[in-house]
Design a protein around this ligand. Structure first.
Ligand code: 5AD
Length: 350
């Protein structure tokens, strides 16, 4: 286990040779605790409507230049079939926080997928009310992903404004998800303007304390249609020396450290890390603690519209999304595609 000072030390380390030690340590723990398998989760972005106005996100409700879409139930179920066909044990349904996605309709889609294909169903639909989370669990959902984005409450408030009359408390929702029996995933972005090393170190310490099943970490990527991308914008006034830099290196460090504090968790090599700094990010994160990939299965006609940040890897490299090329990539780094759903979920799956 690592204490907060060790986490801070590694986050501030920039010497490539010394960092090799961190990579090796994370890779060893990954191999011992979760093995060689890389679990594949088919990601389907089912709607880009959102009621939120997160300062970092390109599909925030105020962005009038995005065309909005919401997938039909049959289309979503079809994508789950595709996931099974590709040998992925899980479908992840992700969307903006979209109340046009009616809770009962979502429950219906979950039961259809479970009945027809038996794969694990993961939801990532934002801060929905407890009753809906419970309804979806009862309909057969297995997992829920909700990043807390940053554990610094002042920074969080600045980047993720509350809805009128409703205080956003993602930690409370995460506890609720755990109590409902969901396998629960969270995570953060690295390099948000106003994020200090201390606060990122606390995020990582927190992952360890929260008993999370999954932790997704990606670099913050400025989106030109957002406030946060404006020069000089910051979520919190901090010493310039304390600012966590953008870029993939910081994400690799955070992933490696998270592997050390949460040895058995599922850690994705995220699309965001694959999207910047030349495209080797996907493999490098896998070599530095990660054990999950989420290939994008969103139908072509919608994919471009799920524009949370620019130049997403799944838009420029179509190959990376077919099951075959993922298997080849994994083979090239001495890993194998996961079998089954990969997680506490046991029955069914490919
Ligand atoms: N850069 C990187 N990640 C982002 N996300 C949203 N916008 C951006 C961005 N501009 C991440 C958030 C969210 C997840 C679905 O995508 O962490 O939880």
């Amino acid at each position: 286990m690592l204490n907060i000072d060790e986490i801070l030390y590694w986050l501030r380390e920039t010497d490539p040779e010394r960092l090799e030690k961190l990579w090796a340590r994370a890779d060893k723990v990954r191999a011992e605790k979760v093995g060689r398998q890389v679990h594949l989760r088919g990601l389907v972005e089912i709607s880009n409507y959102c009621v939120r106005s997160c300062r970092y996100c390109g599909i925030a409700c105020g962005n009038k230049s995005v065309a909005r879409y919401r997938m039909e139930a049959d289309e979503i179920v079809e994508c789950a079939g595709l996931a099974l066909e590709y040998g992925f044990g899980t479908i992840v349904m992700q969307a903006g926080e979209d109340y046009g996605l009616d809770a009962k309709d979502i429950a219906g889609i979950i039961s259809r997928i479970k009945e027809k294909y038996g794969i694990a169903v993961t939801l990532s639909l934002g801060e929905r009310p407890d009753g809906e989370l419970e309804m979806w669990k009862n309909a057969g959902a297995d997992r829920y992903l909700l990043r807390f984005e940053t554990s610094d409450s002042q920074l969080y408030q600045a980047i993720h404004p509350d809805l009128p009359g409703r205080k956003s408390d993602r930690f409370a929702i995460l506890r609720k998800l755990q109590s409902l029996g969901y396998e629960t995933g969270s995570g953060v972005m690295t390099g948000i303007p106003g994020q200090s090393y201390e606060s990122l170190a606390r995020d990582i310490e927190m992952f360890g304390q929260m008993d999370l099943d999954m932790v997704g970490i990606g670099p913050y990527i400025p989106h030109p249609g957002t406030d946060m991308a404006k020069p000089g914008w910051t979520g919190k006034d901090i010493d310039p020396d304390a600012q966590v830099p953008r870029g993939s290196l910081m994400t690799f460090k955070a992933v490696a450290l998270t592997r050390l504090v949460c040895p058995e968790a599922n850690l994705p090599s995220t699309t965001a890390v694959a999207s910047i700094d030349g495209g080797d990010g996907r493999k490098l994160a896998l070599a530095r603690g990660a054990n999950v990939i989420m290939p994008n299965l969103t139908p072509e006609k919608y994919r471009r519209l799920y524009d949370i940040y620019p130049d997403k890897a799944c838009l420029r490299n179509e190959d990376e999304n077919s099951g075959l090329s993922v298997a080849q990539m994994l083979e090239s780094i001495g890993r194998v595609p996961g079998t089954g759903a990969g997680g506490r979920f046991k029955s069914g799956g490919a």
